[in-house]
Design a protein around this ligand. Sequence first.
Ligand SMILES: [Zn+2]
Length: 268
Amino acid sequence: MSESSETRGFPTAVQPFGELQRFGPVTTDLETPERALAICAHPDDIEIGCGATLAKWAAKGCAIHHLVLTDGSKGTWDADRDEASLVATRQEEQREAARRLGGGDVGFLGLPDGELRNTIREQWEVARWIRQIRPDVVLAHDPWRRYRLHPDHRNAGYVVTDALVAARDPLYFADQELAPHRPRALLLFEADVANHVENVAGFEEAKVAALLTHRSQYETTLGLDANAEPEARAAAEAAFSEQIRALLVEHGALAGIESGESFHRLEV
Ligand SMILES: [Zn+2]
């Protein structure tokens, strides 16, 4: 008898614990949450990852919360830039971006940019935010995206996924004296494998407008020149807007819709 997968212990397609992982079919449009909490590494990550989705939900009455884990103090190519003033500028840009997405509270943990780690301390902080805000949906970086270079994006994803497991069970971080909270869903943006798309038709402009509030990031992230003459800047911003819209078309196509933001959706 030839050796079958069964004789080695487990059928190859079945893991010892848990079900075989299957991705798909792609789902669309969660029921509009009452409260949503988007958590990211730096100011501007939320707008890039899920800005149009937040704008859509805000327009339908969802209370939106942003939580930015680091202080964004490395977000410049200018070695002489004053760090404290950069941090203040980026916080103000994030608040304005949230306004342009239809409103929302913005919180900052203020951890050092570039040095974010997934330790029990960061998990404790994020679990506390989840238990206090009690969101129906949490949105965050996908920590499992392959070949991701920036450590903060990777680690922010791990902090949130680990904090979420803690937040939903009463014996984790009991010292917080807060009731546990289990969100309905976790949407991971920049997904390695997308299995969910939010239709964002009509909210493309809000996403672009929110991204363009991050003037301090024009050069480093958005590929724009903040000091260009007004006419040249307007043309560059229009081209940027087209680029973002084209991306949303690509994401939407995963689910056969015209304009979307894609995610990996996990049930919590
Ligand atoms: Zn970032």
